[in-house]
Design a protein around this ligand. Structure first.
Ligand code: DAT
Ligand code: MG
Length: 150
């Protein structure tokens, strides 16, 4: 099963949106594989966002991401990377459609409350970074599985 890394950012945690974000992935039919509230170091965040290291907003992004705990999650299921991004909405919340997480709960690109991996490769890299002890698989009850997948 495809996996993605979803993270509630410090603003989302402070605003009490962790449950709301979990709810949306659960009700869509995705399977929760890992979940942890974490206090990442600056170095860890710089590694997570290393592709953006040259950007003017990088320092501000890292500072914001270190302003409080984050909730990291691994979700699994059909096309979860692309669908997870669609559920999050556009990077800039003002361009996010209502009904998306960012489109329903945020306004500024620098306070967009959640992260989602942008490809299967980056998902696996991010899962290894945030859950270095590994993420064990477990089978969902076959009758539940049959109600979600044909
Ligand atoms: P996404 O989080 O949608 O994958 P990204 O990977 O390009 O977007 O950027 C990571 C985060 O960096 C993004 O969620 C918010 C911040 N960011 C991106 N572009 C920005 C900009 N132009 N100004 C300020 N912050 C920005
Ligand atoms: Mg990104």
């Amino acid at each position: 099963m495809e996996r993605t890394y979803i993270m509630v950012k410090p603003d989302g945690v402070q605003r009490g949106l962790v449950g709301e974000i979990i709810k949306r992935f659960e009700q869509r039919g995705y399977q929760l594989m890992a979940l942890e509230l974490m206090h990442p170091t600056q170095q860890h965040l710089e590694e997570h966002y290393k592709d953006l290291a040259g950007k003017g907003f990088f320092a501000g992004l890292i500072k914001y991401m270190q302003s409080g705990p984050v909730v990291g999650m691994v979700w699994a299921g059909k096309d979860v990377v692309k669908t997870g991004r669609a559920m999050l909405g556009a990077t800039n919340p003002l361009a996010s459609a209502p009904g998306t997480i960012r489109g329903d709960f945020s306004l500024d690109v620098g306070r967009n409350i959640c992260h989602g991996s942008d490809s299967v490769e980056s998902a696996e890299r991010e899962i290894a970074l945030w859950f270095p002890r590994g993420v064990p698989e477990y089978k969902r009850d076959i009758s539940v599985h049959g109600l979600i997948y044909e």
